[in-house]
Structure formats: C-alpha cells, structure tokens
Design a binder for this molecule. Structure first.
Ligand code: SF4
Length: 112
C-alpha cells in the first residue's frame, strides 16, 4: 500500500530532501493507472525499518497525515478505502467491527 503524492507533497518533500522535484519523482515514484504518483517500492522508502518511524514525518504526504481517512467522506462513499485499510489499520478494523455489532444489535439501521 502506497500513499499518493500530490504536486504540493512532491514540492514540499523534495525541497526538504534538497532534491529537484524531477529527481525525487524519478528516484522514488511512478504514475499508476489512475494518474496518481505513488511509491515504486514497498514498504515505503521513508519508513525506517529499525525504528518503525517515518523519516520525513514533518513533511509526509497529506495522504499519510490524514490516514485512516475516517473523516474524509461519508462511510458509504468510501467503502473501498475502508475495505483496503482494514487489513493494515487497527482503527479502521475497530470502527468496522463496532459498526457490524451496532447493526447486529439493532442499534443502527440503514436509511432507505
Ligand atoms: S508516513 Fe512516512 S513512512 Fe509511512 S507511508 Fe507515509 S511517507 Fe512513508
């Protein structure tokens, strides 16, 4: 799973690293089928595998800063992202589990 990088992200992070935007893109990113800039490598090249910390935390992509995106859109409009993130994100797992329990117990119901 890779974050997507906006042009602002690329400008901010490449400046932080003292690289040109072009060099940054060429070294670490590629455009996926939908036209988003994403990492060439997994796990992310900025993850320090010894400490499990992000090496560019202060300037990380907005996609990372907003993760797990629970407030980005209505849940019904973002099901694909929840489905993707549930395997990686304990907060998403907990949210979805609580929703399932709420429906099973009759606390909530879908609006028609
Ligand atoms: S938070 Fe940092 S290490 Fe994690 S995906 Fe984003 S840029 Fe990579």
């Amino acid at each position: 799973m890779s974050p997507t990088y906006t042009q602002k992200d690329i400008a901010r992070i490449s400046a932080y690293l003292g690289m040109s935007q072009r060099a940054f893109r060429e070294k670490w990113l590629y455009k996926d089928r939908s036209g988003d800039w994403i990492n060439k490598e997994a796990p992310c090249q900025f993850l320090d595998l010894k400490t499990n910390h992000c090496q560019i935390y202060d300037v990380r992509p907005g996609d990372c800063a907003g993760f797990p995106h629970h407030g980005t859109k209505k849940i019904v409009e973002y099901g694909n992202v929840y489905k993707q993130n549930i395997a990686y994100c304990p907060a998403t797992y907990r949210l979805v589990t609580q929703m399932q329990e709420g429906f099973a117990e009759g606390k909530w119901e879908l609006k028609k």
